[in-house]
Ligand binder design. Structure first.
Ligand SMILES: [Mg+2]
Length: 406
């Protein structure tokens, strides 16, 4: 344990809704809900502080939000606007330290070890960050900041006071901070893990902190041991500025064993390539806004097309449908190489993924990925590929070999 490490976590408050209020002063001080779709069945992906006071929550249906807060102002989400502001916020943080790990669209960790000699200096830096965001980006934007000795505790600290909080957790605080705290207050403990812990006789965070690490490891695997480390102030991961660097593209390509212009065969190969690329993309919690696909033919010609998707996609079947648009043009010459690449990759933030009818789709993809990760990547496939035994091997994105992207 390096007890003297100083880690900060910065988390913007009610981010999408606050950015809208920053952009339009008429929305300030009012309950605002940012929605995936504005229809009654659409759902809220971010609620302003004022709307939260009425009980409006992320994931709530638009119709329900209107019932508990009739005066709520509903807006369709505008991801470009949120990303634009995020870039500015992260550049404020990167001026303080090179060790900034962007964790999501509105959160980042900063390693202040060596820069701040103690928590007092770290606290002054936190105040400066809040002030700079207000002065240089927007007076209405607030963030909650947590400071502690480990990455996990810094995140726990930032959750303690919202909005506009500044919380420090010292090594000494660890003795009392988890007393009577529900398990789900901890980062990384959801309902399923809570149930498993309860079955082990662990009812709250204090009991978890004082459990035996080997008991946790025996019953929950390494994750159980890491949880114990987190609660006892032992660093497990550290801040890694490279960790969440987004890849520029995720692709897959295949030199065909059968040189052909058989469209049915080519469609199936392209579907499998896209299937693999999409599941790799989801494993990084990303979605794609642009697709590129193409082929080489035996005449030595190369045809690659690149187009913007109607919206950000993460579902394999949706992405395959897009990739297959490549074949709407007639294929004259025989093809020997096929490739697909998913570009314009952005994080699927929890908030963005709550599209009304997308919740089922999201769960389905999650289930498919879990099964395929465990039993092989083609265990579950779309019906059209079931008896198709061609298996393009895993390989690095073809972007590395062929530079055709703008
Ligand atoms: Mg936030």
């Amino acid at each position: 344990m390096k007890g003297e490490d100083i880690i900060m976590h910065v988390d913007m408050n009610s981010y999408f809704a606050t950015v809208e209020q920053q952009a339009n002063p008429l929305l300030r001080g009012k309950p605002v809900g940012v929605c995936a779709y504005l229809s009654p069945k659409g759902c809220i992906i971010a609620a302003s502080q004022e709307a939260k006071k009425f009980g409006v929550r992320t994931g709530m249906r638009v119709s329900e939000a209107k019932k508990i807060c009739p005066q709520i102002i509903l807006l369709a989400n505008d991801p470009d606007k949120y990303r634009f502001i995020s870039r500015q916020i992260f550049s404020v943080l990167k001026k303080i330290s090179d060790d900034v790990e962007v964790y999501s669209i509105d959160e980042a960790f900063i390693d202040l070890t060596g820069l701040a000699k103690d928590f007092n200096v770290a606290q002054a830096i936190a105040k400066k960050i809040k002030q700079t965001i207000r002065d240089e980006i927007g007076s209405y934007l607030t963030c909650s900041i947590g400071i502690s000795h480990t990455r996990w505790l810094a995140k726990f600290a930032s959750e303690e006071n919202k909005p506009d909080g500044l919380t420090i957790i010292t090594q000494q605080d660890l003795a009392n901070i988890f007393k009577d705290r529900p398990l789900q207050h901890a980062w990384g403990i959801g309902r399923a893990l809570e149930c498993r812990l309860q079955l082990l006789g662990i009812e709250n965070l204090y009991q978890l902190q004082h459990s035996s690490p080997s008991f946790l490891q025996t019953n929950l695997g390494w994750y159980g041991y890491y949880l114990w480390c987190h609660l006892n102030g032992i660093e497990v991961e550290g801040v890694d500025a490279q960790r969440n660097q987004l890849p520029k593209s995720i692709g897959h390509s295949y030199c065909l064993p059968k040189i052909t212009n058989d469209k049915d065969y080519l469609v199936r190969i392209m579907s499998k390539l896209t299937w693999q690329a999409a599941s790799r993309m989801r494993s990084l919690n990303l979605q794609t806004g642009k697709i590129s696909c193409g082929y080489h033919n035996v005449a030595g010609q190369t045809l690659f097309r690149s187009w913007k998707l109607p919206r950000y996609l993460y579902d394999s079947v949706d992405i395959i449908k897009q990739a297959l648009l490549l074949f709407t043009q007639p294929i004259i010459s025989k093809i020997n190489f096929l490739a697909v690449s998913l570009n314009d990759l952005v994080f699927r933030s929890g908030q963005l993924s709550f599209f009304t009818d997308e919740i089922k789709k999201s769960n389905l993809n999650k289930a498919i990925d879990t099964v395929n990760n465990k039993f092989g990547k083609f265990t579950l496939l779309p019906g059209s590929l079931i008896n198709f035994r061609e298996f393009p091997p895993d390989r690095i994105g073809f972007r590395k070999n062929i530079r055709y992207e703008s």
